[in-house]
Design a protein around this ligand. Structure first.
Ligand SMILES: Cc1cc2nc3c(=O)[nH]c(=O)nc-3n(C[C@H](O)[C@H](O)[C@H](O)COP(=O)(O)OP(=O)(O)OC[C@H]3O[C@@H](n4cnc5c(N)ncnc54)[C@H](O)[C@@H]3O)c2cc1C
Ligand code: FES
Length: 259
């Protein structure tokens, strides 16, 4: 882990309320899919604390992009960056997704702003000979992000939207009905992750979940991002009941965490 000064090379708005910023990044910044960076732009008191973001695309060895929903002061500042601006990035942080030992048919589920870590995961799974079924969901067709980019890698993509304006109307996890897959990987809102956990435990399917939590430090010292473990680590006393999303995660095996 170290801090980087990254130059922005391009910025765009792929959907209403979303921004993607691409940066020139030395190859040493290389991160695994699911790992994240703490990003900060500017010195305003509202944005002094960096915010956590998965990396999204790596279109060339020396490029890295971030895709995010503009929500509050941190993402407003980052979303206002233009080519030639600079941002501070601390990372890569945390543990990413685990690749299978041999090729599998994997379902990747990305809900809303949960799509970014799935691009790199799809790329690496396909490179290892796995088949990738990417299930991508959003409020409406206008809010879908990442589907075309993941399809361009060679993944089979299916869509679900709350209002039925693109793909199937309903829950993203409903797209799993009737599908034969060997592994699940998911990132998105907590109710969706909970449902993926239920499906995984019910069917005995291995699943990895990329969690989000409010983060102040991003590297394990503030304890602000903990989740409860299903199996406490007794040797750690009271702390053993919890795992830090930033340090032990953000990717956990489905059976490891209690929502
Ligand atoms: C490991 C990790 C990876 C992430 N990757 C992405 C990503 O790729 N793209 C993306 O859009 N967002 C991502 N997030 C969420 C992102 O960190 C928050 O959206 C961001 O911190 C909001 O900052 P803000 O100053 O704009 O808004 P704030 O004013 O800080 O918050 C605005 C709203 O967002 C909620 N919020 C703040 N932080 C989080 C959080 N960590 N998780 C969930 N909700 C939060 C707040 O409760 C509030 O409702 C990630 C979070 C984590 C922990
Ligand atoms: S964000 Fe500080 S311990 Fe995880």
């Amino acid at each position: 882990m170290r801090g980087w000064d990254l130059e922005v090379t391009a910025a765009n708005r792929p959907a209403p309320g979303y921004a993607e910023i691409s940066c020139k990044a030395p190859q040493a910044v290389a991160a695994l899919p699911g790992q994240f960076f703490m990003l900060r732009a500017g010195e305003h008191p509202d944005t002094y604390l960096p915010r956590a973001f998965s990396w999204y695309r790596q279109e060339a060895p020396d490029r890295l992009s971030f895709l995010f929903r503009v929500q509050g002061p941190g993402t407003r500042h980052l979303g206002g960056l233009r080519a030639g601006d600079h941002l501070y990035a601390l990372g890569p942080l945390g543990h990413g997704f685990t690749l299978p030992e041999r090729p599998v048919r994997a379902a990747l589920l990305g809900g809303g702003v949960g799509v970014p870590p799935l691009w790199g995961l799809a790329r690496n799974l396909l490179a290892g000979g796995s088949e990738v079924l990417a299930l991508i969901g959003a409020r409406s067709g206008a809010h879908l992000v990442g589907a075309e980019e993941i399809a361009a890698l060679g993944a089979e993509v299916r869509l679900a939207t709350d209002d039925g304006s693109a793909g199937r109307k309903g829950l993203l996890t409903d797209l799993l009905e009737g599908e034969q897959v060997d592994a699940l990987y998911a990132c998105g809102p907590e109710p969706m992750l909970r449902r993926v956990q239920e499906i995984s435990l019910g069917a005995g399917l291995p699943a990895e979940l990329a969690l989000e939590a409010p983060m102040a430090c991003g590297y394990g010292v503030c304890m602000g991002c903990v989740v409860e473990r299903t199996r406490p680590q007794d040797e750690l006393g009271d702390y053993g009941r919890y795992a830090r999303v930033c340090r032990e995660g953000p990717v956990f095996r489905a059976e490891e965490v209690r929502f």
